[in-house]
Design a protein around this ligand. Structure first.
Ligand code: F6R
Length: 242
């Protein structure tokens, strides 16, 4: 695992956008593993500019998002489906909607949906580049502390701290979904290459714990030490003093 401090949030976001662009240029049938959350907004803003500048044909690119809330419809303003369309997909007509995948958190049989999603990743994958944010508690996807490293896509309960962190996007904390369908830790590790992005002082403690090198289910991101190709891209505020 390589830790890279790029100084500023802007540099860090541009790096991640550049790597996604390079992947898509090198293989127009790439499979991208995408994340949502505040961290990724500037990555997608830059990626939109880069795709425009390079006039990329996106019709054969496949995308898999890490997670989706349960309990709100996919067209809810705060669903991850809506987020992804706003920040990336709706900017280009060449995306093929059939190649865009997010778990569906509003179906009746959520376990069946989770199994379907995992099987689809296996069928169409492996994911070439998986981008990840990190929770203040060290979660990746919505795999909260204590999650088994063998977990596959499943229904997960969000911790109070994650609900609190996500409440900034909702009018009231009571409106924040308490469950999600998330790719599991084992699902994430199937990707060929992983880039974790973290910036700002709120992420420093989780990064500090990650840097300690201890691999523990209490810090889900620490499982990334078991993967051969992981970069942790940071700004100066998230980079621990050593
Ligand atoms: C989002 C996801 C989460 C976020 C993490 C950080 O798809 O899976 O793991 O990456 O909660 O969220 P932000 O970027 O809002 O701090």
């Amino acid at each position: 695992m390589r830790f890279i401090n790029l100084g500023t949030k802007e540099e860090a976001c541009h790096y991640v956008a550049n790597e996604l662009l390079k992947q898509m240029i090198s293989d127009h049938q790439s499979v991208l593993g995408l994340a949502t959350g505040g961290t990724m907004k500037d990555v997608y803003a830059r990626l939109v500019e880069l795709i425009q500048m390079n006039q990329l044909d996106l019709s054969e690119i496949k995308t898999f998002n890490l997670d989706e809330y349960i309990g709100i419809d996919s067209d809810h303003p705060e669903s991850y489906n809506t987020y992804m369309h706003q920040v990336l997909f709706d900017h280009f007509s060449s995306w093929n909607e059939e190649h865009i995948h997010l778990p569906n958190g509003s179906v009746e049989q959520l376990d069946v949906e989770a199994e379907r999603y995992e099987a689809l990743i296996d069928e169409q994958g492996p994911i070439d580049v998986q981008i990840l944010g990190i929770g203040e508690n060290g979660h990746i996807g919505f795999n909260e502390p204590g999650t088994s490293f063998n977990s596959l896509t499943s229904v997960v309960n969000l911790t109070e701290s994650t609900i609190e962190a996500n409440s900034r996007y909702f009018d009231d904390v009571n409106e924040v979904p308490k469950q999600a369908i998330s790719m599991g830790i084992k699902s994430i590790l199937k990707a060929k290459r992983i880039i974790l992005l973290a910036y700002g002082p709120k992420k420093k403690e989780a990064v500090q714990q990650l840097l300690s090198g201890e691999i523990t289910t209490q810090l889900p991101a620490s499982v990334l030490y078991n993967h051969p190709s992981v970069e942790v891209i940071l700004d100066a505020d998230a980079y621990p003093n050593q």
